[in-house]
Design a binder for this molecule. Structure first.
Ligand code: UDX
Ligand code: UDX
Length: 464
């Protein structure tokens, strides 16, 4: 079956870029991205493509090319479902903040709402594709809802996990290492549905990079990939603390270790801790699933990756307090970078939020600058943690529009996102406008320590 009309529910960091690239590569398919968030859809439709709601290098150009041709953004979910042959579900699946599995299990309420809506609206057969990262066996739940509440039409469920990383989404979508498609490989109709999705990707991806598996393998592979990647970061971060005690340098260790081709060089950059919407959530999902099967050792093994990451964020913040003579109360600390990594405006689970929170609880005054994150987002991130009232946050936190403004009259500056522009700052001028002694904490290892020390900074570089 040749797909002519695609609907994607969820115009977020995954749905938006993925659909834009599919529309660009497949001009004969009509791609309709829908979302319940009217503001977000309005931003996707903004006549100035630079105002689309998600910042990703190269994305606005693609939207400019395809939007209005075969790429459409709308809030009319029912209409898009009705017209589609294939429906991608790309809504968010945050960690539950209530009830059973609180703090660990994925909250699947949005997924379930989507399934019920699809079942209600669909009047002909549809292929439903899980794009959101989900706990293993969610496809079964989707199937139950679709089949038991639907209008008697047939649904095929596929799992097609997304491996794009934010900040490089367009590049990752154009040239993925692999595309993974899971489905019902035991039935003819299952195989046909899988083939129709393979055919879409085959427009630009070599067939030997498109893997097909059974649906559970596909769901579990996504969690496994993220768990392995996060584990590498936690492993190198564990070594960073040991390096600081022994006089080793974590970058030198990472290089020496990464040149072993069995280990490889990627994901060995020590940092103030990994963030992003996926790593923590997906590992917590693994831990939860393992526990629910009574596999406590398996659960504990993976949980340690998260515990190490929490430790890294906390110890970095504690280092700032210790270095500033064990008190930061009333002291001004500049935070450069709020996003969870460079080249994205996404802040979910960013280490900066936790470092700021720790310092605020020590009554520091925080001044934040990030090139792409809005003031509104920074306050909402701090409020979400709920460790202080929003009013307290407002009185202790200021958001400014440049690194220079953030560092003016500050006792210390903490660099928490590796934005390229921070490497090229005039650190001498910034130093001249800080209180002395002026401290600099590099949580991303992007600055040249000896240059900074020459200027007069008291420098802490993570992992050395
Ligand atoms: C994705 C995946 O879906 C998630 O599972 C993965 O772990 C992280 O990446 P992402 O695209 O980053 O999520 O999420 P987000 O940017 O929050 O976008 C989700 C969108 O879905 C939001 O714009 C939200 O308004 C929309 N949504 C949510 C709906 O349209 N309907 C709903 O019922 C719920
Ligand atoms: C990740 C996966 O890479 C992607 O395949 C999956 O689909 C979604 O989750 P993302 O969260 O967007 O992507 O970013 P990623 O580049 O993986 O970085 C995650 C976090 O790890 C960031 O905070 C980053 O700064 C940190 N990190 C990464 C390190 O601290 N050191 C490294 O060496 C690499």
């Amino acid at each position: 079956m040749k797909i002519k009309n695609i609907c994607c529910i969820g115009a977020g960091y995954v749905g938006g870029p993925t659909m834009a690239v599919i529309a660009q590569k497949c001009p004969d398919i009509s791609v309709n991205v829908v979302d319940i968030n009217e503001k977000r859809i309005a931003a996707w439709n903004d006549s100035n493509v630079e105002n689309i709601p998600i910042y990703e290098p190269g994305l606005s150009e693609i939207v400019k090319e395809a939007r209005g041709r075969n790429l459409f953004f709308s809030t009319n979910v029912d209409e898009a479902i009705d017209k589609a042959d294939m429906i991608f579900i790309s809504v968010n699946t945050p960690t539950k903040t209530y009830g059973m599995g609180k703090g660990m299990a994925a909250d699947l309420k949005y997924i379930e709402l989507c399934a019920r809506q699809i079942a209600r609206v669909a009047k002909n057969d549809k292929i439903v594709v899980e794009k959101s990262t989900l706990p293993v066996r969610t496809a079964q739940a989707l199937k139950n809802i679709l089949e038991n509440t639907g209008n008697g039409v047939n649904f095929q469920i596929l799992s097609n996990p997304e491996f794009l990383a934010e900040g490089t989404a367009v590049q990752d979508l154009n040239k993925p290492d692999r595309v993974l498609i899971g489905g019902d490989i035991d039935t003819e109709s299952g195989k046909k549905a899988m083939q129709s999705l393979v055919d879409i990707y085959a427009n630009w991806i070599p067939l030997n990079q498109i893997l097909t598996t059974n649906i559970w393998s596909s769901e579990l592979s996504k969690l496994t990939a993220n768990a392995f990647l996060a584990q590498r970061v936690s492993s190198i971060n564990a070594m960073s603390e040991l390096c600081e005690k022994t006089g080793a340098d974590v970058n030198e260790v990472a290089k020496a270790v990464g040149m072993d081709s069995r280990i490889g060089p990627k994901f060995l950059q020590s940092s103030v801790g990994f963030g992003g919407s996926c790593f923590q959530k997906d590992i917590l999902n693994l831990v939860y699933i393992a526990k629910s099967f009574g596999l406590n050792e398996v659960a504990d093994y993976w949980e340690q990756v998260i515990l190490m990451n929490d430790h890294q964020k906390r110890r970095f913040a504690a280092k700032i307090v210790q270095t500033l003579f064990n008190t930061v109360s009333g002291k001004k600390i500049a935070i450069l970078g709020w996003a969870f990594k460079k080249d994205t405006n996404d802040t979910r689970e960013s280490a900066a939020i936790y470092v700021a929170d720790y310092l605020l609880n020590e009554q520091a005054e925080i001044v934040v600058y990030d090139p792409k994150v809005t003031e509104e987002q920074i306050f909402s991130d701090l409020e979400y943690l709920g460790t202080r009232s929003d009013a307290e946050n407002r009185s202790l936190v200021t958001v400014v529009k440049s690194s220079e403004a953030a560092c003016k009259d500050a006792h210390a500056v903490a660099l928490l996102t590796e934005w390229d522009e921070f490497k090229n700052l005039n650190w001498q001028v910034i130093y001249d406008n800080m209180l002395k002694p002026a401290f600099l904490f590099d949580g991303r290892r992007i600055l040249d320590r000896s240059e900074l020390e020459k200027i007069g900074y008291d420098v802490f570089v993570l992992g050395s």
